[in-house]
Design a protein around this ligand. Structure first.
Ligand code: ADQ
Length: 466
């Protein structure tokens, strides 16, 4: 359906919340993509007949503007070269590694920066076109950090919010960026800037104070043009109800039991579910598991690791190298400890529908979430939401944002400390039912209390009040 209306609530994100699918007769259509952010914003979108500005994900054949159930979708088109330079380049090979502790070296290329600026400008113009007078505009994530200020120049009447889904690095790392001042000034165009953790908000305020003309005072930043920008922590969460509903579906209950059988009914099933990304610490996890088997502290009969590694950013070189390394490690492990029909690690390089994912979460005794750095990590929260039976143990890296909230119930670990990781995995496997229940209750209290709808409501209410 065509739409050319204006909206009082506009979301701007790199991707539109729809996927292109082919109907039986081969004609392309668009289907709402699953995801917490879309579900969380859907009620606000419905209420204000919102618009979502984003890239449709392929370089061609998206209509300029179309309507789904509760929102207008406004497509920003990108050429193949722009995808390579703005998205794969500056966003995912410069900013992503820089913001994640430089786990791999960020690349600084001036032509990537030029493309990033150009594409951000295009997003800002589209948002300016569809926003009503005095509208609220909510900009998402590291791909669009210049949009707030560009939008403010075009439309000073708007209320602009920005949320960063990934960490914001400390000065020692951020200062490397040749365009650090421009990024900070870009973000300062917003009225409210949200971060996953308090530390990130603090890092940003200190850097804005140091490298721009603004001055920071606690959670407020005063800009040179006399505005006040609020910076604050808004830890993102998940759609708890979606998972609770799935858990009780008969198909999921049956599938959960089948998964345990299919992997040979071991005493313990350990599970990792991550995008195949170097920030997620998959290699460290495999090394710890390998050493536990080598030291005979566990055997392939009593412990099986299922590692889902979702295909991700496959055209970026660091991701190709990572895939080779991980698959080499898995191959070695299985060659050494596996038997016919009984690998030690079940490695799955694939995407799954939600019911299958929830069945895996229910089947696992130990959920292993050990990123080297992660903005939040939704999988940790999804595991907790799925454990309505109060069983299972969560091993969680202290470098995931989720550790701030889930520290009491989870087994916290420093994933760089392989001996510590081994000890923690063993402790989580050996936990008794009473302790597991006690820990899971503590975890569920946090996750159930603050779901993604609360997150969205909190952010929007705070933005309105600025
Ligand atoms: P991601 O780095 O993508 O997100 P995460 O928070 O774990 O990481 O979210 C991944 C989502 O994808 C989860 O909802 C998970 O269930 C789903 N998923 C993973 N593997 C899948 C598979 N094989 N098939 C289907 N679904 C799969 C970024 C930041 C995080 C931050 C989120 C939200 O890096 O730190 O928590 O944004 O702000």
């Amino acid at each position: 359906m065509e739409s050319t209306g204006k909206s009082s609530f506009v979301v701007v994100a790199n991707r539109l919340p729809v996927d292109r699918v082919l109907a039986a007769d081969g004609t392309p259509t668009w289907r709402r993509s699953p995801g917490g952010l879309v579900s969380a914003l859907a009620p606000v979108m419905r209420k204000y007949h919102g618009a979502w500005v984003g890239w449709p994900g392929s370089s061609d054949d998206a209509p300029g503007s179309f309507s789904s159930e509760d929102m207008d979708l406004v497509a920003v088109s990108l050429s193949a070269e722009e995808v390579a330079m703005y998205y794969e380049g500056f966003s995912n090979a410069t900013l992503w590694p820089l913001y994640h502790d430089v786990i791999v070296a960020p690349e600084y290329h001036r032509e990537w920066w030029d493309a990033y600026r150009r594409v951000n400008e295009r997003f800002a113009r589209k948002a300016a076109d569809v926003a009503e007078h005095d509208a609220i505009v909510f900009v998402q994530d590291y791909q669009l950090q210049l949009v707030p200020n560009m939008l403010r120049q075009l439309r000073p009447d708007l209320k602009i919010g920005f949320f960063l889904h990934i960490p914001f690095p400390p000065a020692e790392l951020f200062a490397q960026l040749p365009w650090r001042r421009q990024i900070l000034e870009g973000l300062l165009g917003a009225d409210l800037i949200g971060f996953q953790r308090e530390g990130a908000a603090h890092n940003f305020a200190a850097l804005a104070d140091r490298y721009t003309e603004a001055t920071a005072e606690d959670h407020r930043i005063h800009t040179a043009d006399g505005r006040s920008v609020r910076v604050q922590q808004f830890p993102i969460s998940i759609d708890v109800a979606e998972i609770t509903d799935l858990v009780s579906e008969p198909d999921v209950v049956m599938r959960t039991a089948h998964i345990r059988e299919e992997i040979g009914s071991p005493e313990h099933m350990l599970l990792g579910v991550d995008r195949l990304d170097y920030t997620k610490g998959i290699g460290h996890r495999l090394k710890a598991f390998d050493e536990l088997l080598a030291g005979k502290e566990i055997t392939p009969d009593d412990a099986v690791l299922v590692q889902v590694a979702t295909p991700s950013r496959e055209r970026v070189e660091a991701y190709q190298t990572l895939r080779d390394e991980i698959e080499l490690q898995v191959g070695r492990l299985n060659g050494e400890y596996g038997r016919i029909g009984q690998p030690a690690v079940h490695y799955l390089h694939s995407s799954y529908e939600r019911p299958e994912l929830v069945s895996l979460l229910r089947a696992a005794d130990v959920m292993v979430v050990t990123p080297l750095r992660d903005g939040m990590n939704l999988v940790a929260k999804e595991y907790v939401a799925a454990r309505t039976d109060l069983r299972g143990a969560l091993v969680l890296s202290e470098f995931a944002g989720a550790a701030d909230e889930l520290g009491d119930g989870a087994f916290l670990v420093n994933p760089h400390d392989i001996d510590g990781l081994k000890r923690t995995l063993l402790a989580a496997m050996r936990i008794d039912d009473a302790e597991a229940e006690q820990r899971m209750r503590a975890l569920r209290e946090h996750v159930l209390h603050y779901d993604v709808t609360r997150w969205a409501e909190d952010f929007v209410a705070t933005l309105r009040a600025t």
